[in-house]
Design a protein around this ligand. Structure first.
Ligand code: G3P
Length: 217
């Protein structure tokens, strides 16, 4: 299972990278704005800075919503750095753009996926990653993890190569549940990754080991 971090915050990206378990980064226009990164030039420079800080795939989202615009913007993003994955919204022209980029050998991440049907379309169009937003489904009293299960079943039925990137992960239990279901990738905040570290018995056990060591020395 790959771990991506879902942020545009460079300090958090570097902290996750230093942990040695990071496989990539996802961003979106909202995450960029949250870090105060606005304007095309700043956003582009920030994508490059993220690519230089990590080793894996870095999703960069197009703003255009028409086919020609997405192609133009996506090609410019892909040319920025070999680690860039072009993030395309799940809309009609987006499906066409996914197919176009697949034919060009450019990696894509189909975003804003909320149904199994959308995930099937993204796979048919040759998306590298599909991003079902599980937290946002949970927010409206729909089981986000159930969508991951449905997509896993469909992709396995037909051996689709598209990787399921569980997105809008909010906490550590989402990560564990996605791993149990067999999501290929999860993207979440740093806290969802670092939460995996935590167990009180580990802390208690370590304190006791150190205490006993001191007694004998
Ligand atoms: O990866 C998608 C993500 O950025 C959306 O997360 O928490 O805003 O639903 P959230």
């Amino acid at each position: 299972m790959k771990f991506f971090i879902d942020t545009a915050n460079l300090d958090q990206i570097k902290e996750a990278e230093a942990l040695g378990v990071l496989d990539g980064v996802t961003t979106n226009p909202s995450l960029m704005a949250k870090e105060g990164i606005t304007g095309q030039e700043n956003i582009i420079n920030h994508y490059v800075a993220i690519c230089e800080a990590v080793e894996g795939d870095v999703s960069a989202e197009v703003i255009a919503t028409d086919f020609e615009g997405m192609v133009k913007e996506g090609e410019a993003l892909a040319a920025l750095h070999p680690q860039i994955v072009v993030k395309i919204p799940m809309i009609e022209d987006g499906v066409k753009a996914l197919k176009y980029f697949a034919n060009q050998g450019i990696k894509t991440n189909c975003t804003l996926v909320f149904s199994a049907g959308q995930a099937l379309l993204a796979a048919k169009a040759g998306a590298t990653y599909v991003s079902p937003f599980i937290g946002r489904l949970d927010d409206i009293s729909t089981d986000g993890l159930n969508l991951i299960e449905e997509i896993r079943e469909i992709y396995d039925n037909y051996d689709f190569n598209t990787q399921i990137l569980a997105a809008s992960v909010r906490h550590t239990m989402h990560v564990i549940d996605c791993a149990k279901i067999g999501a290929d990738v999860m993207t979440g905040p740093l806290s969802s990754i670092k939460g995996l570290l935590k167990h009180p018995l580990t802390d208690i056990g370590l304190a006791k080991f150190l205490e006993d060591y001191k007694k004998g020395n």
